[in-house]
Design a protein around this ligand. Structure first.
Ligand code: GLN
Ligand code: ZN
Length: 756
C-alpha cells in the first residue's frame, strides 16, 4: 500500500532553535561542539515529529546550517578560491564565511551572492564556479546525518540538489563559460556520494531537479538525461523530484530517465494524475505531491482521495504520497499557536500536520472508510461560506471594477505639468524612500506597548516625538520632499496587515528567508477590507510640522500579497484587487488630508513572476492593474510614487511603465547606474529616482561620487525627469551616518542645479 515520505522539513526548529544556536556561535557564546550538538538535537526532533505524524521515509540532507545549496557546494568541494586561500582547511567556519563573509574564527572574505530559490522567498547562496573548476567529495556531513537517522531507527532517504539544477543555479566566476561543460566533472563526485550512501545501507536517494519546471533549452534537457543515466546503477534507488510548477512539457523526457521513481508536484498546477500514472512503468515509484508544501491550509483530502484511490489500488507500494515540495517553506507546528481564532485554526495545517494528513489519507486508502476524512474536511467546507471569510461588499466592489478604475484621469504628460505647478519643486528634487532609523528606543517602546507596559496614548506620544525628530532632521538637511520616517511601523507588511480585515498573525509561524533570518508572514484568510484609515493621523501630524511637502507612505497590493501566506480558495489576482481597493480608499483619504505626494511601495513586484516566461504577461497585467487601482482614484495634481528594490528591470520594463506611477524610485547605486539602461528612451516615460547611494553599508558617500552618479543618470534620462534619493529605506542605518550621507546627497543635488 502507498508509502509516505517527505521531501524536506523546516530546519529552523519549532522555536527557531537553529537560528539562535548559530547566532550564539557567531557571537562566540557557544563552542562549535555545542553548536553541532544543537544541530543534532534539532534533526532528531524533526525526524521524531515526522515519524510520529506517520511519515515512513524520512528526508536526510534537508538540514543545513545556513543553506542547502551552500551545503551542496561544500559536499562537492566547490569552495570559491578566495575562501580556500584564506582559510586552508574546509570546515563549518568555511561554510559560514562563504555565506556571510566572516566567521568567528577570523579572516574575512567577501561573501558569495545570494538569490531567491525559484519563486519562493527562500534565498540560497549562489555557487561560484570557474571554467576550470575541479570537484571533489569534501564534506562528510550528509553521511554523518544518515548515520544519525539510522541509529535512531529511521528509514533514511538521502536528499540531494540534483547536479543539473546545481549547475543551473551557479554563476561563472571570472569570464562567462558554458556551465554545463562542468557536468562531466561533477557527476563522478555525485556517483561517489551515491556509492557511499549505498554502503551505508541507504535504499533511496531523492535527486531534486526543480529546473524541470522552467522552460529549458535542449542542452539542459540533454544534460538531465545524461545526469540521470550517470547516477543510475550506483547501488541506490533514485527518486527524481521536481516541484513548484508543472513539468508537463517534459513528460516524455522524464519517462525516459533510468530512475526508480519520480515525484511530481500535484498542487501548484492542475495535473492529470492518470496521465502521470501512465507515464511511469508499474515497476517505477510514482510519488504524488498532494499536500501543499508552501502554504498552510488544510488539504481537501476527500477530493484527493477520490482522485488517487484507483491509482493507489493499482500501484500498491509503488505509489508514494508526499507534500508537493520540501516543507522548508512552512512553519513547524500549528499546536504551538495559542492565540489564533478557533475558526481559522481549524482550516490550517503546518509541517507536522501535513504529515498527519498524509497518514490519514493512507489509512483511508486501506480502510476505504471515508468518515474520518469527511470530518477532517468539514471545516474546509464551512470555510466556503464562513462570515469571517466572505465580505459581500468587498466581493461586489471587486466584481464591479472596470478598466477605467485602473486609469488616472489624464495621461502622464498632462498630470506632470499640473503636479510641477502645484508642487513647485526644484530640478533634481531630493527625497528619501520612507523609513528612518528603527532605533532601540523605538523597538523597546513597541515591545512595552504590546506587553501592556505603555498605554496607547503613551505609545502614540512617543511615536509622535520620533516623527517630529525625523521631520526636523530632514528640514535641517534641506531635503525637498519629506517623509514621516515610519517609526510606528514594525514592518511594512505587518503594519498594514494588522489594520486590515482579512489578515491574521501567528505567534510561531516562522519560515527561513536566508541564513539565520526568518520571516513570519501574515495569513490572508478572508476578503480584505479597510475598516478605518490606517496612516492618515500620522502623516497628517507629520505634515503639520513642516511647510515642505510630506510624502504619504503605503505598502502596495502586490507586496502585501506576496509577503503573506495567501488564501488557497481565491486566485491571487482577486486578492490583489481586494487589497488594492482598500489602499485606494487610504490614498484618497491621504489626498483629502492635504497630502500631495503618495508613495506606494512595491518591492515584491518582481517576486510574484511565475517560473515560466510564457506566463509572465498574464501576471504582469494583473499586478500592474492592481497597483493602478490603488493609485488611480486621485486627481491629476496628486503625485503617485512607487519604489522597488534592486531587481533586474530589463525584461519587465514595459510592465513597470504600465504601472504608470508618476515617479519610481529604484535601487541602482551598486550597479553604477547600469540598471537605469532599461529605463532609457521611450521604454520608460515617467519620472525616475535612481538610488544614488547604497544603504546596505554604513559608508558615507562623498559629494563628488554622488554627482558622478547623477551625471551618469542624466546621460540616460533627461534631467527634468530625475529625482535624487538613496537606494532604499534607511531603517537599518543609524542617524549619524544617515545625516552625513543625506547632507552630501542634498549638497550634490544643489551643486548640480547651480551648474546646469
Ligand atoms: N518605505 C519602505 C522603507 O523605506 C520601503 C522598504 C523597501 O523597499 N523594502 O523602509
Ligand atoms: Zn527598497
Amino acid at each position: 500500500m502507498a508509502r509516505l515520505h517527505n521531501l524536506g522539513f523546516p530546519r529552523v526548529g519549532k522555536k527557531r532553535e537553529l537560528k539562535f544556536a548559530v547566532e550564539s556561535y557567531w557571537a562566540g557564546n557557544i563552542t562549535q561542539t555545542q553548536l553541532l550538538a544543537q544541530g543534532e538535537t534539532i534533526r532528531e526532533e524533526n525526524w521524531a515529529l515526522q515519524a510520529s505524524a506517520g511519515v515512513e521515509l524520512l528526508p536526510v540532507g534537508d538540514f543545513a546550517w545556513y543553506d542547502h545549496v551552500l551545503a551542496t557546494s561544500l559536499l562537492v568541494g566547490a569552495i570559491p578560491e578566495r575562501h580556500r586561500k584564506a582559510c586552508g582547511s574546509v570546515d563549518l567556519d568555511t561554510l559560514f564565511r562563504i555565506g556571510r563573509g566572516r566567521a568567528p574564527t577570523g579572516c574575512a572574505c567577501a561573501a558569495s551572492e545570494m538569490t531567491k530559490w525559484f519563486n519562493t522567498n527562500y534565498h540560497y547562496i549562489v555557487p561560484e564556479l570557474s571554467c576550470d573548476q575541479q570537484f571533489q567529495l569534501t564534506w562528510s556531513e550528509l553521511f554523518e546525518q544518515v548515520e544519525q537517522a539510522q541509529k535512531l531507527g529511521h528509514q533514511a532517504k538521502a536528499v540531494l540538489v540534483g547536479p543539473v539544477t546545481y549547475l543551473y543555479l551557479a554563476k561563472c566566476a571570472g569570464q562567462e563559460f558554458d556551465k554545463l561543460s562542468l557536468l562531466e566533472k561533477l557527476l563522478p563526485v555525485y556517483q561517489q556520494v551515491l556509492a557511499k550512501l549505498a554502503l551505508q545501507g541507504v535504499e533511496w536517494v531523492q535527486i531534486d531537479e526543480p529546473i524541470l519546471t522552467l522552460e529549458l533549452t535542449q542542452e539542459y534537457r540533454d544534460a538531465l538525461k545524461v545526469s540521470c543515466s550517470a547516477l543510475a546503477g550506483q547501488g541506490v534507488k533514485l527518486l527524481l523530484a521536481s516541484y513548484f510548477d508543472s513539468v508537463s512539457d517534459y513528460y516524455t523526457d522524464i519517462a525516459s530517465y533510468p530512475v526508480e521513481g519520480v515525484h511530481f508536484d500535484c498542487v501548484t498546477s492542475d495535473v492529470d494524475m492518470l496521465k502521470l500514472d501512465s507515464l511511469l512503468s508499474s515497476a517505477q515509484v510514482l510519488s504524488l505531491g498532494v499536500v501543499d508544501g508552501r502554504n498552510i491550509w488544510r488539504t481537501d483530502l476527500e477530493t484527493t482521495y477520490a482522485k488517487i484511490k484507483n491509482i493507489a489500488a493499482k500501484r500498491g507500494d509503488n505509489l508514494w504520497l508526499a507534500p508537493s515540495c520540501s516543507l522548508l517553506h512552512t512553519p513547524v507546528d500549528l499546536e504551538q499557536e495559542q492565540e489564533l481564532d478557533n475558526e481559522l485554526r481549524a482550516w490550517l495545517a503546518f509541517a507536522k500536520q501535513k504529515g498527519q494528513e498524509l497518514a490519514l489519507l493512507k489509512a483511508t486508502l486501506i480502510s476505504h472508510d471515508i468518515s474520518a476524512l469527511q470530518s477532517y474536511c468539514a471545516p474546509i467546507k464551512a470555510r466556503l461560506t464562513s462570515k469571517s471569510v466572505n465580505n459581500l461588499t468587498v466581493q461586489q466592489r471587486v466584481s464591479a471594477l472596470m478598466v477605467a478604475d485602473g486609469q488616472r484621469n489624464s495621461a502622464f504628460t498632462q498630470r506632470i505639468a499640473k503636479q510641477r505647478a502645484a508642487l513647485n519643486l526644484p530640478l533634481l528634487p531630493t527625497t528619501t524612500i520612507g523609513s528612518f532609523a528603527q532605533t532601540h528606543t523605538i523597538r523597546q517602546a513597541r515591545r512595552d506597548f504590546k506587553a501592556g507596559k505603555l498605554s496607547t496614548l503613551q505609545y502614540q506620544l512617543q511615536m509622535a516625538a520620533e516623527i517630529r525628530y525625523a521631520v526636523k532632521e530632514q528640514e535641517a538637511l534641506d531635503l525637498d520632499v519629506l517623509v514621516h520616517g515610519e517609526a510606528e511601523r514594525n514592518d511594512m507588511v505587518e503594519y498594514f496587515g494588522e489594520l486590515l480585515e482579512g489578515f491574521a498573525f501567528t505567534q510561531f509561524g516562522w519560515v527561513q528567508s536566508y541564513g539565520t533570518r526568518c520571516v513570519k508572514p501574515p495569513v490572508i484568510w478572508g476578503d480584505v477590507s479597510r475598516e478605518k484609515p490606517m496612516t492618515i493621523e500620522w502623516i497628517h501630524y507629520a505634515q503639520s510640522l513642516t511647510d515642505k511637502k510630506m510624502k504619504g507612505m503605503l505598502t502596495g497590493p502586490v507586496t502585501l500579497l506576496f509577503w503573506s501566506f495567501t488564501r488557497d480558495d481565491l486566485d491571487k489576482a482577486t486578492i490583489a484587487k481586494q487589497i488594492a481597493l482598500a489602499l485606494r480608499d487610504e490614498v484618497l483619504d491621504l489626498q483629502n488630508a492635504g497630502i500631495k505626494i503618495i508613495q506606494i511601495d512595491e518591492p515584491a513586484f518582481r517576486e510574484g513572476m511565475p517560473l515560466k516566461v510564457s506566463q509572465w504577461q498574464a501576471y504582469l497585467e494583473w499586478a500592474a492593474y492592481a497597483f493602478r487601482v490603488s493609485a488611480s482614484g486621485v486627481k491629476d495634481e496628486t503625485q503617485i510614487h512607487t519604489h522597488m528594490c534592486y531587481a533586474e528591470f530589463n525584461d519587465i520594463i514595459a510592465a513597470i511603465a504600465n504601472m504608470d506611477a508618476d515617479v519610481i524610485t529604484i535601487e541602482t547605486s551598486r550597479s553604477n547606474m547600469e540598471l537605469l539602461d532599461a529605463f532609457e528612451g521611450v521604454a520608460y516615460p515617467n519620472d525616475i529616482g535612481p538610488g544614488v547611494y547604497d544603504i546596505h553599508t554604513p559608508n558615507v558617500p562623498d559629494i563628488q561620487w554622488i554627482k558622478t552618479l547623477i551625471h551618469k543618470a542624466a546621460r540616460k534620462i533627461p534631467v527634468e525627469r530625475l529625482w535624487v534619493n538613496p537606494d532604499c529605506g534607511l531603517k537599518t542605518r543609524g542617524w549619524e551616518e544617515t545625516r552625513q550621507a543625506l547632507d552630501n546627497m542634498v549638497k550634490a543635488a544643489k551643486e548640480l542645479r547651480a551648474e546646469l
